[in-house]
Design a protein around this ligand. Structure first.
Ligand code: MN
Length: 313
């Protein structure tokens, strides 16, 4: 019988990697090594964003190898459960584990696998719990990047996706590392909102996820900024670009969440040939293609479920 611990394995986050996807891949590969896996490594499917770069540098962690297709390896998926977000050529045969905090998606396997999903603020939170479960000690670097990933996904513990576990773990790590997580979080989000080296098209595609509802594909991108005017002063240009990307990729709609981490809400920019539907779905009046919703912080918990409900009718 083949010994899984000897096999070549990659740990892969989703396309358009964010801090949680990258950190979870790194920390989980590290945990697996401690458990005796000899040939395992984290990979990223695309360039790091400014926030993730800052986090890895801060905690002295090398950037994982860039890889966009599974070859002869086995693959562990972290931070996603959707085929559309998975590395190319990940399939029923080569996926051996999934660790995630999203809804169960459309990925199928031909054999039983280890799959763990928990409704927590980040995949990093689950990885932390797995370290505890296996009683494996974490280095300060691993603790640091896990804290950063939790803070990133939960918008410094303010998003409605935040759970008591996320808070508990952030506070625990912050204490152990003697780190003011609120200050650090602010610094981190400033990097995240640094778009100076990016074009509008890059901003619109950097953290984009595509969701399929029947035959309709809807793209949703989210940015978290200290001030929505950074983006809204060029709203017209963004809407135009969104229309272009929507047409090119045959999306049913393109939604841009501009989340204000100070005001704790989001401006929704929406482009679609059926805008009235989206006004109904989110209970908003779009003015020149956008509307602000107070308390709206989470793509996963607030943007996606109403679409699912509406389009599955
Ligand atoms: Mn995540």
């Amino acid at each position: 019988m083949e010994n899984i611990k000897e096999e070549k394995i990659i740990v892969a986050g989703h396309k358009n990697p964010d801090t949680d996807a990258v950190v979870s891949a790194i920390a989980y590969a590290e945990l697996k090594k401690s458990l005796g896996y000899k040939n395992i490594k984290p990979i990223i499917q695309g360039e790091l964003n400014n926030e993730t770069k800052f986090v890895l540098e801060k905690f002295n962690i090398p950037t994982p190898e860039l890889k966009t297709e599974v070859e002869d390896e086995k693959v562990i998926l972290v931070d996603h459960f959707e085929k559309a977000q998975a590395i190319n050529n990940a399939n029923e045969e080569n996926i051996i584990e999934i660790i995630d905090h999203h809804k169960i998606g459309d990925i199928k396997t031909s054999k039983p696998i280890f799959s763990l999903t928990m409704p927590l603020g980040s995949t990093a939170t689950i990885i932390y719990l797995l370290y505890k479960h296996y009683n494996i000690k974490m280095s300060d670097s691993i603790k640091g990047i896990l804290l950063s990933a939790i803070i990133s996904d939960t918008v410094i513990l303010k998003s409605p996706t935040t759970t008591e576990k996320d808070k508990e773990i952030v506070e625990e790590i912050a204490k152990e590392l003697n780190l003011d997580y609120k200050e650090f979080g602010k610094e981190q989000f400033e990097k995240k909102a640094d778009f100076s080296n990016k074009t509008k098209e890059e901003i619109l595609q950097s953290d984009m996820k595509v969701y399929e509802f029947g035959d309709k594909k809807i793209a949703i991108v989210q940015v978290e900024v200290p001030d929505t005017n950074m983006i809204l002063k060029e709203k017209e240009e963004y809407l135009e670009k969104m229309r272009e990307l929507m047409d090119k990729n045959s999306y049913y709609a393109y939604i841009f969440l501009v989340t204000d981490i100070i005001r704790e809400g989001s401006e929704l920019l929406i482009v679609s040939d059926n805008l009235e539907e989206f006004e109904k779905i989110y209970n908003i009046d779009l003015k020149d293609g956008s509307a602000f919703i107070e308390g709206f912080m989470s793509r996963k918990k607030q943007a996606v479920p109403p679409l699912e409900e509406y389009f599955s009718k």
